[in-house]
Design a protein around this ligand. Structure first.
Ligand SMILES: [Zn+2]
Length: 93
């Protein structure tokens, strides 16, 4: 069953950045959240050097249109089984 992990950071504009990663540390989807305005937008994101234990995730923040780069340690990621329709389809098949 597919597993994914989430990473979080904060942009320079104070928006919360998040991304969901697969087990190869590649970004499945990214998002940004403005905590003051309570809005959430999808944010294009991708991982750099995902084959290494220590890798970077780059977000394109939709609020301030900056590219934000953050480093993560793959050994610190907490993987969980993917939720939602995909998991249901696998279970039913
Ligand atoms: Zn931003």
């Amino acid at each position: 069953m597919a597993k994914s992990a989430r990473v979080h950071s904060v942009c320079e504009c104070q928006a919360s950045l998040g991304a969901e990663l697969d087990e190869q540390q590649r970004v499945l989807r990214g998002w940004a959240r403005d905590r003051r305005r309570r809005t959430r937008l999808s944010a294009p994101a991708h991982s750099i050097g995902s084959e290494h234990p220590r890798f970077d995730v780059a977000w394109f923040c939709p609020y301030c249109v900056r590219n934000t780069l953050r480093s993560f340690d793959g050994s610190a990621l907490a993987y969980r089984e993917t939720e939602g329709d995909e998991a249901v389809a696998v279970a039913a098949g």
